[in-house]
Design a protein around this ligand. Structure first.
Ligand SMILES: *[C@@H]1O[C@H](CO)[C@@H](O)[C@H](O)[C@H]1NC(C)=O
Ligand SMILES: *[C@@H]1O[C@H](CO)[C@@H](O)[C@H](O)[C@H]1NC(C)=O
Ligand SMILES: *[C@@H]1O[C@H](CO)[C@@H](O)[C@H](O)[C@H]1NC(C)=O
Ligand SMILES: *[C@@H]1O[C@H](CO)[C@@H](O)[C@H](O)[C@H]1NC(C)=O
Length: 603
């Protein structure tokens, strides 16, 4: 058999893992025997483990080291109060000390604004609907009510994160997004050449965005049109015709464009190295139709205003803060939450030992996940696509690779009808239909096209080994609860969150592409042949030519489940969120101060 490797088509931000070369000597022009098959997943796991170990071992151990590291990364002194923050980290066993690149990147554009101008912009954007002001004054933090509404849970959550160290903070204000979606999309040339835009907001918010702000799009424009302008003028998304290529083709999806088309195994054997939080929609405009994200009804802000948000997709200028869902315990979103005592237990009452967890891929959720601007695209949104894929009962074949004999490193490839695979191990359903009026065939049509099941309590999830986590209206707020459990999390998202630099895909969770098509092969790797795969063994192709040796992939899955749990307990605690927010406050206090230099920490 001759394999053709099209490495020339290697995508820029993911690496081709479909086949791994064992020797550099083997190359495209060589006609020697193809290298032996190696399953890519063990390599991904190993690489992830090394990366994380390396990062953690390099964290600063003294204040002096932390200052040095800060200066070398960001080219300036740390903000005033850095020593107090350092003390906070030491008192609270904070393990991540130096990893704030993402926060610094969020804040960087605001350095070009004069402090008075920045303060004015906080005030102005704080008067918009769905933006609340949180104010630190005389060492006390408070939510200042929004003009139109009660203060949001997000603003209250943020201010409670600040509470612990409010007394050491100088006066300042934060404009907190009360929605889960990102809000600020500044056109490309305004970010690159801030001097080409208005620098002075004294004439008010409307003068800065060039029109009266209306809270929802009402057909005037949409998120995609605003997003597109954040892209490089040379990119695909800026070319009008390409961006109009409208209808999403499920087999013709995001990763398909990235994988070499002639590989013996197609995209279903292409494993994402990380989530799609760094996916380049500027370069792949057609992929936007697969995400509800681009159909949000809320008008985005087209000038550089500071808005603090729990998550953002690429292109957004929001400043990330931890989600209040992660911080404030609730029975819907918190693992181990005890309703009676309002405390959090290490082990949830519904947790079960690994051996008792079922080998199923579990997901439940509502049909949320995007607005309807423009309408008509709902069936393509991330959750709808997933539920349909996982309940497809057709006999269309999927190619799966699994160990045969079981629990060895000897792999075979077989074609198995997707309906049978879904029957074997997928347990995926909607529990609630919302916004179904936007479905092309209405509520009835949505019910007909998708599996619906009874709603479950959070604790029900822990019975299953695989928990899928998928974006809703914005980021999925269940992620920390899933991590805390002893089940393995498979996550697909287009958002970044405050912890994104701190967590390692393939170590703490399994990243999933936005097409989900490799999910069957993720299962096949870790759990081996399901009944329908076993049936296909007679027609399977041997991939491995060496003698089988023992290999326990279920134990590897268990290790991912435990690593996620350990991460949550070591790096994803409430006090870790406070540490992040503390450092953010110091940076922000300096940015809004008239004398920024005086607000720097001299060591
Ligand atoms: C804006 O700044 C860029 C570089 O920072 C410079 O090349 C350009 O001349 C400036 N434009 C104006 C109008 O000041
Ligand atoms: C979707 O894409 C596949 C593969 O590229 C192609 O065979 C199929 O015809 C497409 N379907 C539609 C409706 O365009
Ligand atoms: C699925 O694959 C099997 C085995 O290769 C084959 O016999 C069957 O015709 C295929 N089914 C479809 C619908 O292509
Ligand atoms: C595939 O490998 C198995 C186990 O090594 C062996 O028994 C079987 O004969 C092989 N099948 C083919 C078609 O080579």
């Amino acid at each position: 058999m001759i394999f053709i490797f099209l490495f020339l088509l290697r995508p820029t931000h993911t690496r081709q893992h479909a086949w791994q070369l064992t020797s550099n000597a083997y190359n495209f022009f060589s006609f020697s025997k193809p290298p032996p098959f190696q399953h890519p997943i063990p390599g991904l796991i190993e690489e992830a483990r090394n990366k994380f170990k390396n990062m953690m071992s390099k964290q600063s151990r003294t204040l002096g080291d932390a200052v040095k590291e800060y200066r070398s990364r960001y080219g300036r002194d740390p903000p005033k109060g850095f020593d107090k923050w350092w003390k906070f980290t030491q008192q609270n066993s904070i393990k991540v000390i130096d990893e704030y690149d993402s926060l610094m990147k969020d804040l960087e554009p605001f350095w070009v604004l004069p402090p008075a101008e920045l303060r004015r912009r906080i005030r102005q954007v704080g008067t918009l609907p769905s933006v609340d002001l949180v104010r630190v004054q005389d060492g006390k933090v408070d939510v200042v009510k929004g003009l139109y509404d009660e203060p949001s849970a997000r603003a209250i959550g943020f201010s409670s994160m600040v509470k612990k160290f409010e007394d050491v903070l100088p006066d300042m204000e934060f404009s907190i997004n009360s929605k889960s979606e990102g809000r600020v999309l500044v056109p490309w040339h305004f970010i690159k050449f801030p001097n080409s835009t208005r620098q002075d907001s004294t004439d008010g918010f409307a003068s800065m965005i060039g029109e009266e702000f209306i809270v929802d799009w009402r057909g005037r424009s949409n998120v995609w049109e605003a997003f597109r302008r954040t892209c490089d003028p040379q990119s695909q998304s800026r070319r009008l015709l390409n961006s109009l290529r409208a209808h999403f083709n499920e087999t013709d999806s995001v990763n398909h464009f990235e994988s070499a088309p002639n590989l013996a195994l197609d995209q279903s054997f292409h494993f994402a190295e990380s989530t799609n939080a760094n996916f380049d929609f500027c370069a792949h405009p057609w992929a936007k139709n697969a995400q509800g994200h681009f159909f949000s009804d809320w008008t985005t802000i087209s000038a550089l205003y500071p808005v603090f948000s729990p998550a953002k997709a690429p292109g957004y200028s929001d400043i990330l803060i931890p989600s209040h869902y992660y911080y404030s315990p609730t029975s819907r979103y918190t693992y181990g939450f005890d309703r009676l005592t309002f405390t959090i237990k290490d082990v949830d009452d519904h947790e079960v030992p690994w051996e008792q967890k079922s080998n199923t891929v579990f997901w439940r959720g509502a049909t949320t996940g995007g607005g309807s601007s423009p309408p008509g695209f709902l069936p393509q949104y991330q959750r709808h696509r997933f539920v349909r894929m996982a309940s497809d009962s057709s006999d269309i074949n999927r190619t799966v690779v699994f160990a045969n004999p079981p629990e060895t490193n000897h792999y075979v490839r077989a074609k198995v009808p997707v309906g049978a695979l879904n029957e074997d191990f997928m347990d995926v359903a909607f529990t609630k239909a919302v916004g179904c009026a936007n479905y092309p065939t209405g509520c009835e049509g949505m019910q007909r096209d998708h599996r619906f099941a009874e709603a479950v309590q959070l604790g029900e999830h822990w019975r299953h080994k695989y928990l899928v986590d998928i974006d809703g209206m914005g980021y999925s707020a269940r992620f920390f609860a899933f991590l805390a459990s002893e089940s393995a999390v498979i996550k697909s998202t287009v958002y970044r969150e405050f912890y994104s630099d701190w967590i390692q895909p393939w170590l703490h969770f399994i990243p999933l592409s936005t097409t989900y098509s490799e999910l069957y092969n993720i299962y096949a790797y870790f759990s081996g042949a399901s009944p329908s795969m076993q049936e296909a063994i007679p027609s399977a192709t041997n991939l491995t030519s060496t003698k089988p040796s023992r290999h326990n992939a279920d134990e590897e899955l268990h290790r991912i489940a435990r690593a996620g749990r350990n991460w949550k307990a070591a790096v994803g605690r409430r006090v870790d969120m406070e540490s992040y927010v503390y450092r953010l406050c110091l940076e922000w206090a300096r940015l809004v101060a008239d004398d920024r230099e005086a607000m720097s920490f001299k060591f």
